[in-house]
Design a protein around this ligand. Structure first.
Ligand code: ATP
Ligand code: MG
Length: 417
């Protein structure tokens, strides 16, 4: 079995990788809670229609990235490529559409059949927020401000630029679509094959093309701004005013359209220059039509998702684990007392490990190697006096401490003890 490898585009999270990952989730969760969000977990696979109906037939995700298969009962299921559709499905199937607002935080794996490269995997992980109910631009601003605060708390906000745009309302988009069709038709000869198809089916999608040739044409394309309805324009101006009030810095980028079809009004991305072409770390927008497409009532909503791997890679300082205390019983008779000390430390919230094998010197060496901050050495003579030697592995100093006081002794001082 030695030739078994992880599936292309998947990776194991071990040691520092897992700690980076967990730190991103823990930090995001803490800040999302302060904004009033509550965590949901939805299944990692859904009825294929949850995604195919809602993400847009012409989106990259639906056209070429979904892991879709028939299960043994013959039902078509799909490993979720993103979190929003499942949350909206859950809102409807749990009868929560009349209990708004719902403020949802989630974290978990997503699956897309993409070409793996740095910052791009087939199983990756996202944190995300959905604020479902409010139609006001203040909701958009709150969701963005929460994202900004998370990036700040992670220490990566300095690397990230918030780019915002509006996709207008339906009226604005209809007018804009006509302008785009005219422009791209004039440049038809230079468009990629995918974009020719998009031109027929969904011309705005061309703005999101990753093809270099397409990108050159997109650079000269008209923007939506000349086609915004008055209502859409006011919405966008209000959002910008709120962002200023929340002191969230942003730039406007009229080319942001987002990869999925369900967005309208606000679209935004936090982009960093530090991850090459995988620079978007957090992205989202307003999606007022999605809950209705899932079979619920017309329900306004806004949210974002962020790639945990990409955020984890940006963390300057790898999250540390608490240094352990190594417990070293010398001789069989000391084992019982060692077990008592181990548990008393653990129950006091300290990290304590049994130093299993070898002579005293070996075990002290190993304690140093795993970065332990202290060793508790339980020798027979000391035990007879009711004490153990507590050795500070930072300074090398050592003191006899009564057995019952070891936990207090080790927590009562700044590290190292
Ligand atoms: P990209 O343009 O990089 O393909 P996207 O527009 O497809 O991103 P979204 O669907 O908006 O991405 O997902 C939100 C975030 O999830 C992205 O900004 C990114 O950080 C992360 N992400 C998306 N796809 C992947 C992937 N295959 N591997 C790792 N992270 C990903
Ligand atoms: Mg993508």
């Amino acid at each position: 079995m030695a030739d078994l490898q992880p599936v292309r585009g998947t990776r194991d999270l071990i040691g520092e990788d897992q700690r980076r990952h967990q730190h991103v989730i823990d930090t995001a969760r803490r800040i999302a809670v302060s904004y009033g969000f509550d965590e949901w977990s939805t299944p990692v696979f859904e009825d294929t229609r949850v995604f195919s109906r809602t993400l847009g037939e012409t989106s990259d995700v639906v056209m070429k990235e979904m892991y879709t298969f028939d299960d043994r009962g013959g039902d078509s299921v799909t490993l979720r490529p993103e979190g929003t559709a499942g949350v909206c499905r859950a809102l409807v199937t749990n009868g929560l559409t009349q209990s708004l607002p719902q403020k949802v935080f989630y974290a978990g794996p997503m699956f897309r059949y993409e070409r793996p490269q740095k910052g791009r995997y087939r199983q990756f992980h996202q944190i995300g927020l959905e604020l479902i109910g409010p139609a006001e631009p203040l909701a958009d601003a709150e969701v963005i401000a929460c994202g900004w605060d998370i990036l700040t708390a992670l220490g990566v906000a300095g690397d990230a630029v918030l780019e915002i745009n509006t996709l207008g309302d339906t009226e604005s988009r209809d007018a804009y679509r006509a302008a785009l069709v005219e422009y791209f038709t004039a440049h038809k000869a230079a468009l990629s094959k995918d974009s020719l198809e998009r031109l027929e089916r969904n011309p705005m999608r061309i703005l999101d093309s990753k093809d270099e040739g397409d990108k050159r044409i997109v650079a000269g394309a008209p923007t939506i701004h000349a086609h915004l309805s008055e209502a859409a324009s006011i919405f966008y101006e209000t959002l910008k005013r709120h962002l200023l009030r929340f002191a969230v810095p942003f730039v406007e980028n009229p080319q942001i359209v987002r990869g999925l079809d369900y967005y309208g009004h606000t679209a935004f991305e936090f982009v960093t220059g530090k991850l090459g072409s995988q620079g978007t770390v957090m992205a989202g927008g307003r999606y007022n039509g999605l809950v209705a497409e899932m079979g619920g009532p017309q329900t306004p909503a806004v949210g974002w998702a962020a790639g945990i791997e990409r955020l984890g890679m940006l963390l300057e300082v790898p999250p540390a684990i608490a240094a352990a205390v190594a417990i070293i019983p010398v001789g069989d008779a000391a084992e019982g007392a060692a077990m008592d000390v181990l548990q008393s430390l653990r129950h006091a919230g300290q990290r304590a490990e049994m130093a299993y094998r070898g002579n005293l010197k070996r075990r002290l060496e190993r304690a140093n190697r795993i970065g332990a901050r202290a060793a508790v050495i339980l020798g027979e003579d000391d035990l007879a006096r009711g004490v153990a030697q507590v050795k500070d592995l930072g300074t090398g100093s050592q003191e006899a401490v009564p057995l019952g006081e070891i936990a207090a002794y080790l927590s009562g001082r700044a590290r190292p003890i």
